[in-house]
Every structure is written in structure tokens, then in C-alpha cells.
Design a protein. Structure first.
Length: 153
């Protein structure tokens, strides 16, 4: 497969995720094959990972996409999270505004992102356990993206 083929397939994945509710990789593989794209489950998994896509509410979404409720929740994260720090390969520590950790932990739990195994929140700190080191990196990127788009206080 050429780079152009891969890029065209990824562009089509972006379009499909924006227009439809894709619930599984097998569904995406079948759609792409039906449209003439070379697609395997492992290749699609890699494409989704590199596009930053994840499941939100049981549906694959690209970063920055979601329902109005999702957008409001993600804006809350962007406003409350002050700093992100890795603590080993499976734990992210999020420092929040004072009193914001519980809200951030709840929003992360409700986001239903596949990288997150669970959260523990205190007053201004949230521990986020991830399923892998790669998941930790994806999650950190997602949250960093939210922080970069958050309005200044």
C-alpha cells in the first residue's frame, strides 16, 4: 500500500466518523472494503490510533467531536486541568484548580474513553489509570489538546 492509499483511507475514515455512528472496527473495515479500500482490522486499529480517534459513548469519534453534552464536558476539563504528569507507564496525574478534581474525574469516567481503566480524585489531583503505555500517551495527547483549546482564565 502506498502512502497516498493510506492517506486516502484515513481521509475516508475521518469522513465516516464525522457523518455516521461507527461502533466497531469490524464495521469500519467492512465499510471501507465495500468502497474499494484495502482494510484489515490491524491496519484500521493503527489508523484510528494515529488519527487520535477513540470511543465516546460507544461510538468512534475524532478529537474535538461529540455531542453538545460531550463538548461541554470537554470544555470543563480544559478549564479545570492545570497540569498533566505521567507517573510510570500506566498512570497520569492531573493537577486541577482547587476543588476541581472530582468534576474532572467524573467527566473522564463519563467520556468512556478506551484508554481509561479508572480514576481516583481528591481535591486538586486526579489519578487516571490507563490500560497501557500507548493508551497513556493517547490520553495525555487528548487532554493536552483540550488544554490548548481552553480559554484563558
Amino acid at each position: 500500500m502506498t502512502i497516498e492509499d493510506r492517506d486516502a483511507r484515513r481521509q475516508r475514515i475521518r469522513q465516516l466518523l464525522a457523518a455516521e455512528e461507527i461502533r466497531g472496527q469490524d464495521e469500519l473495515v467492512a465499510r471501507l472494503r465495500g468502497e474499494g479500500f484495502a482494510a484489515t482490522q490491524s491496519g484500521i486499529s493503527r489508523d484510528l490510533r494515529e488519527l487520535g480517534a477513540g470511543k465516546l459513548g460507544g461510538v468512534y469519534r475524532l478529537p474535538g467531536e461529540g455531542t453538545d453534552r460531550d463538548a461541554a464536558a470537554m470544555a470543563t476539563l480544559g478549564r479545570l486541568v492545570v497540569r498533566i504528569q505521567a507517573a510510570g507507564p500506566h498512570l497520569l496525574v492531573l493537577k486541577t484548580a482547587v476543588g476541581g478534581a472530582s468534576r474532572v474525574g467524573l467527566e473522564l469516567d463519563l467520556a468512556d474513553w478506551p484508554e481509561i481503566v479508572g480514576t481516583v480524585a481528591g481535591d486538586d489531583t486526579v489519578f487516571v489509570a490507563t490500560e497501557s503505555g500507548a493508551g497513556q500517551a493517547r490520553l495525555r495527547g487528548r487532554i493536552q489538546h483540550l488544554l490548548e483549546g481552553a480559554p484563558s482564565s
